[in-house]
Design a protein around this ligand. Structure first.
Ligand SMILES: Cc1cc2nc3c(=O)[nH]c(=O)nc-3n(C[C@H](O)[C@H](O)[C@H](O)COP(=O)(O)OP(=O)(O)OC[C@H]3O[C@@H](n4cnc5c(N)ncnc54)[C@H](O)[C@@H]3O)c2cc1C
Length: 438
């Protein structure tokens, strides 16, 4: 399989072999260069092993146990988050933390210690992992939890699949009243306004997030829409909006990226001014609320055959307004950037993983069509700003950060490196450590 087929950004890359893991009881193959692979929803090269083997864990898709009284679920690591919701929600339970797509495996969610719109309340995915089993290439099986092999637990949460194969995991789910959320959305005119609304919303709202108009410049720079919600009981019969139907699919990859300066400005202006941008007491089904992009299958193809990059950084709160303003100025001036620009304020939770990305501050995520050197130069300029602010860039979204940048963002990387399985590696890991081992 070519590189562009195995990660969400569809960037061109060398071929790699997808080798299925058929049973959680099987030993790993005796190969010199392997990397676990979940469902390829990472954007860049942290789920790629160009020229090597990917251990496709999707067949590890069995539920092992679920206790509807406590909300503890034990599953194989290839189970999708969507499958957990399907089983747990009718029993009044939901994921404690969910990323913006439910097409992610449990193993992938642990390996990137993914975060959601409730980070300020609940921390990241790893905070709700009760334990897991880690299979190493020498055949050792390590049961890991906060009290059993805790150093392996900390290395594997956010450990980018490099410490071994997670075979199964036990998760604590969260009690909910049903599939509905109630909340509101409001426009803001600047980053300062965003920061104030986010701070004021933290106490009473479990989920907070903002969409940002990255094509706006001058007086409009930093404008966007803030959305917040809480789980809610089922509305009275007849008062609920219809549950969402199936998804659409982008049927082919256009020969050129459909994302350009004109389509961007047009979309962003229409989106900012649509009536739903200022909704009071709105009721949402969880699917469009948490997973709006899952409604369009293969939307990543819209960037054309050269694929796209996502840049997601976090910068400390104290500097966020200044640094993000400068980033937005550069993005607006570049004419690059996309419809999908998200802002979220992370809370003050110490992450459980040695390489976990979430940390206190404001996180910005922007997609960029791959226009070669022009795009890379812009991303390097954004990195310089993130580095000078003492922030970090998210490995799950990255395909190009330098080794120096990575090592600054993740100063514990050498302590982590001691846990890397000698036969496991990724394209990302080779790049950010300067390692040549294939
Ligand atoms: C539309 C969209 C929205 C997103 N929103 C968010 C968001 O809000 N927050 C967020 O944090 N992320 C978000 N992401 C990123 C996504 O959640 C992560 O990249 C996630 O880790 C992908 O999981 P996956 O199962 O596809 O694994 P892959 O992408 O295939 O792999 C991810 C990592 O997990 C490792 N891995 C996979 N399975 C195992 C296993 N069994 N054992 C050990 N290691 C394993 C791989 O080696 C790799 O390092 C989003 C992605 C998309 C496409």
């Amino acid at each position: 399989m070519r590189g562009h087929g195995v990660s969400w950004g569809r960037l061109p890359g060398a071929a790699q072999q997808l080798l299925p893991v058929r049973s959680r009881h099987d030993a790993l193959p005796d190969l010199p260069s392997m990397l676990p692979w979940g469902n390829g929803r990472s954007y860049g090269d942290s789920c790629r092993n160009d020229g090597g083997v990917l251990l496709d864990a999707r067949a590890l898709d069995r539920y092992i146990a679920f206790d509807p009284a406590t909300g503890v679920i034990d599953v194989e690591a290839g189970v999708l988050l969507s499958a957990i919701i399907d089983l747990a929600l009718p029993n009044g339970w939901f994921l404690s933390v969910t990323p913006g797509t439910r097409a992610v495996t449990v193993g992938g969610a642990i390996a990137n210690d993914v975060h959601g719109k409730n980070h300020h309340r609940a921390g990241s995915f790893g905070h709700h992992v009760l334990g897991f089993e880690l299979l190493r290439s020498d055949g050792t099986v390590l049961p890991c939890s906060p009290t059993e092999n805790p150093e392996w637990f900390a290395a594997t949460i956010g450990g980018l699949g490099l410490t071994g194969l997670i075979r199964r995991a036990r998760l604590q789910l969260k009690r909910v009243a049903g599939p509905w959320l109630r909340g509101d959305s409001q426009r803001f005119g600047s980053l300062a306004e965003y920061i104030a609304i986010a701070a004021a919303s933290e106490r009473d709202w479990e989920y907070t997030v903002a969409w940002l108009d990255c094509s706006a410049a001058g007086r409009r720079l930093g404008r966007g829409i803030f959305m917040r919600a809480n789980h809610a009981p089922a509305p009275a019969a007849g008062a609920a909006p219809p549950a969402p139907r199936g998804s659409l699919r982008l049927p082919f990859t256009p020969p050129l990226s459909a994302v350009n300066g004109l389509s961007l400005r047009l979309f962003n202006t229409l989106y900012f001014h649509r009536p739903a941008a200022a909704a009071r007491d709105a009721l949402w089904h969880y699917r469009p609320y948490f997973y709006p992009l899952d409604a369009i299958g293969d939307w990543n193809r819209m960037y054309g055959p050269q694929g796209f990059y996502q840049y997601q950084c976090v910068v400390p709160q104290a500097d966020a307004e200044r640094v993000l303003t400068e980033m937005l100025q550069r993005i607006a001036a570049s004419g690059l950037g996309s419809f999908l620009v998200v802002l979220k304020t992370f809370g003050d939770h110490a992450a459980r993983g040695l390489l976990s990305f979430p940390r206190p501050g404001v996180t910005l995520a922007v997609d960029f069509p791959n226009r070669g050197a022009r795009t890379l130069a812009l991303l390097d300029a954004l990195d310089a700003l993130t580095r000078s602010a003492g922030g970090a860039v998210y490995p799950a979204k990255d395909a190009r950060m330098s080794a120096a940048a990575f090592q600054q963002y993740f100063p514990q990387w050498q302590a982590f490196a001691r846990h890397v399985d000698p036969k496991f590696t990724s394209s990302f890991w080779r790049r950010v450590t300067g390692s040549t081992t294939q």
